[in-house]
Design a protein around this ligand. Structure first.
Ligand code: ATP
Ligand code: MG
Length: 201
């Protein structure tokens, strides 16, 4: 039996947008993953003071966004644990629920990758999963610089040159708050959910 190839895609997803979906699909294709599991994070204390959505609402929006793709799944693992959620613990937790010999790839944008050396037990993360780092506009990925700060990372990393979409949740929250358009940047079902719950106003 060969192991399943699983992508693990963490983020705040406040709200989820087409950039998230497009890069997950790109990595799935490039690395021939069987499944990509989106893992919404509990709110990071250092991230943002804007009125965002609740953890449950962020989870629900990711579920709506992923519903139409049979290769996408959503895990509430990080929302069921008290914060902070450490990616190392998430990978261990997911592995316990996956078939043995599953092969994990942690998916992140280049902006997130730059902070990797500061992540909790990052060397364990590199043993538990390979990395797929996706180019993001204005955030080139300097793998040589990262390797100098986190030796060993280069051998565990695949750079993915996906569609470079400038869309970000920060910009979308501002747009929603000021009534500017967000259609075609957020899936329709998620937009309907945002409107129904009056989020980000
Ligand atoms: P915020 O502006 O609130 O930080 P965000 O758009 O960066 O939101 P996150 O939930 O922080 O979304 O992102 C989760 C992961 O997806 C991170 O690894 C981030 O680098 C990556 N990501 C988000 N948007 C893009 C994008 N347009 N292109 C490439 N990677 C992205
Ligand atoms: Mg971000």
């Amino acid at each position: 039996m060969t192991g399943q190839r699983i992508g693990v895609y963490g983020g705040t997803f406040d709200p989820v947008h087409i950039g998230h979906l497009a890069i997950a699909e790109e990595v799935r294709y490039a690395l021939r993953l069987d499944q990509v599991i989106f893992v919404p994070a509990a709110r990071q204390p250092l991230k943002g003071v804007a009125p965002g959505a609740s953890p449950t609402q962020r989870l629900e929006m990711v579920r709506l966004a992923c519903a139409a793709n049979p290769a996408f799944a959503v895990s509430d693992l990080e929302l069921r644990r008290p914060p902070p959620s450490y990616t190392r613990d998430t990978l261990v937790g997911l592995r316990n629920h996956l078939p043995p010999f599953s092969h994990l790839t942690l998916i992140m944008g280049a902006d997130a990758a730059r902070d990797l050396p500061r992540w909790h037990r990052v060397h364990e993360i590199l043993r538990l999963a390979q990395l797929a780092v996706v180019a993001r506009p204005d955030h080139p990925c300097d793998l040589a610089d990262l390797e100098s700060r986190l030796p060993g990372v280069r051998l565990r990393t695949t750079l993915i040159d996906g569609p470079r979409l400038t869309v970000s949740s920060t910009d979308l929250r501002l747009r929603l708050a000021s009534g500017r358009p967000t259609r075609y940047q957020i899936p329709d079902a998620v937009l309907a959910y945002i409107a129904h719950h009056g989020l980000y106003l």
